[in-house]
Write a protein that binds this ligand. Sequence first.
Ligand SMILES: Cc1cc2nc3c(=O)[nH]c(=O)nc-3n(C[C@H](O)[C@H](O)[C@H](O)COP(=O)(O)O)c2cc1C
Length: 288
Amino acid sequence: MVKDLSIQLFGLTLRNPVIAASGTFGFGTGFDFDVNAIGGIALKGTTAEARPGNPCPRVADCTAGMLNSVGLENPGIEVLVREKVPALREIYSGVVIANIGGFSAEEYAFCCTRADESEGIDIIELNISCPNVHAGGAVLGSDAVATAGVVRAARKTVRRKPLVVKLSPNVTDIAAIGRICEKEGADGLTVANTFLGMRIDLKTGKPVLANTFGGFSGPAIFPLALRAVWQVSHACGIPVIGCGGVSSGKDVMEMMMAGASAVQVGAASIRNPRACITIINELACMKK
Ligand SMILES: Cc1cc2nc3c(=O)[nH]c(=O)nc-3n(C[C@H](O)[C@H](O)[C@H](O)COP(=O)(O)O)c2cc1C
């Protein structure tokens, strides 16, 4: 008998609590396996206009993780809603999450309006935590007043879909930022994005990443993300989607025990695009 791993989130049914994290699963198409087994897919972060992203090198391997400074390379919101989402909907019937980036409250609001109108999108995730752009992103997400302004502007435009805010872990008190998002009307919180890091090339003495700093993710951050999930879920009354360093079914269970309602898998999919499937199979073997 196939085990039922389904969960309810914002009134939506997910086949299982595993969601492919934004930026690590493209727009969900082009894989050589059936992605329908995955509970949800968070699409690459999208801004109002297309962006080329940061110069290379923009990824660096690290012990038990990776650094990236992709810098929100994306085709822009119109291409997302007109091409990427319809293409994914041809092959995928699970929950689709649009990840919205931006550089001002107005830009977030504009992208949210377009995403809210798109039939193929189920949840809107506001990325106020990208560490790889010089304005917007984590600059907004680490400032209480700016966070409130962005969430308020987005909330006004998102009328049909659940609005989830993806928090930055690079703050002193992540629970306080979570509470601000809740007060401004967020339906849920994703906890969390990457941790700011860097590497230096021993031969040149220069930073490995062209952008100097990047976001650190992968198994090394699991205990840090788990702590953040615990703190936010104990401080806030809205669902928390755990994210950070998850690479096994056991990690998913642990994050749910810390308070997560669902769990995103990021860097593990870059190492192995089938990671979500493996993790779901592990969960099925574990769940009583
Ligand atoms: C290459 C890469 C690109 C990413 N792009 C985005 C993005 O566009 N939007 C976003 O919210 N998070 C982005 N992230 C962050 C992931 O969604 C996730 O929050 C983070 O990597 C922590 O999870 P992990 O340790 O499982 O990778 C990106 C991560 C990586 C590795």
